[in-house]
Design a binder for this molecule. Sequence first.
Ligand SMILES: Nc1ncnc2c1ncn2[C@@H]1O[C@H](COP(=O)(O)OP(=O)(O)OP(=O)(O)O)[C@@H](O)[C@H]1O
Ligand SMILES: [Mg+2]
Length: 286
Amino acid sequence: MNNLAIVAENLTYQYGDLTAVNAINFQVGEGEILGFLGPNGAGKSTTVKMLTGQLVPKSGQATLLGMNIAKQPKQIQAQIGVCFENTNLYEEMSALDNLKLFARLYGSNADAESLLDRVGLNGRGKDKVQTYSKGMKQRLMVARALVNEPRILFLDEPTDGLDPVSSETIRNLIKEEQAKGTTVFLTTHDMLEADKLSDRVAFINQGKIVALDTPHKLKQQYGKRAIMAEVEMADGRLETREITLDEANTGTAVADLFANEKVVTLHSEEATLEDIFIQITGRSLV
Ligand SMILES: Nc1ncnc2c1ncn2[C@@H]1O[C@H](COP(=O)(O)OP(=O)(O)OP(=O)(O)O)[C@@H](O)[C@H]1O
Ligand SMILES: [Mg+2]
């Protein structure tokens, strides 16, 4: 791993008696995209809030860009971008004015028009935010998170509720940011998105990290690869045959299938991150 952008050590948060995040440890390398996945209430947003200085950990600590967030929040906040699940924009102001205001706060000379362009809101910049749809506000939030050209970008469910084209715009933007060297901490419920974008994924369940690795290694470790064949029976009915790959008898099973049955369709199956999460926790992700 390169230099570390984020180091979480025994990071813990309780709301009253409820332990929302329970002594989690992880590291994110500079330029890495970490997908942070887990069911509703698992502790994802609470973790993001601790990492970005909005909540002070009850115990443990977080180091971002070599600085402790509890000790140097301002220095860190100047170098990170945060996009949260709930929008906090100035509704009476136009989208462009929202971005310009934030740019001024950060002393940044970011080009507001081109930021809007990057999130697919070009041409709508002069409209008041209150006239924006939910998805448009969400994309404006992503643009706002980029105003200070952050070294670390925190995105809490950035594509939740967006249409497929807008989601793709945001995914492309995340890839562009990574290409520039930005570190991305991404929470999402979209397993395919996490799989496509993340260098590594962490699964969090009931405040604890239950697995953390590359999507590929998780699939190797927990998943099973298989071939699914649809075969036609003598009476015309279709039945399904499943052959597990990577086993000693896989070759003979495939040969037998073709020698003895009338194969109609054939496709390979790989475990999804969702399958793996259910296998590890017995719980579904949504
Ligand atoms: N302000 C709060 N006061 C009390 N409890 C809270 C508060 N915020 C979150 N919690 C609780 O902490 C736990 C973790 O919540 P958190 O918002 O971190 O989950 P999440 O993983 O982001 O879930 P989601 O996928 O629904 O966004 C939940 O049990 C939640 O009810
Ligand atoms: Mg959340």
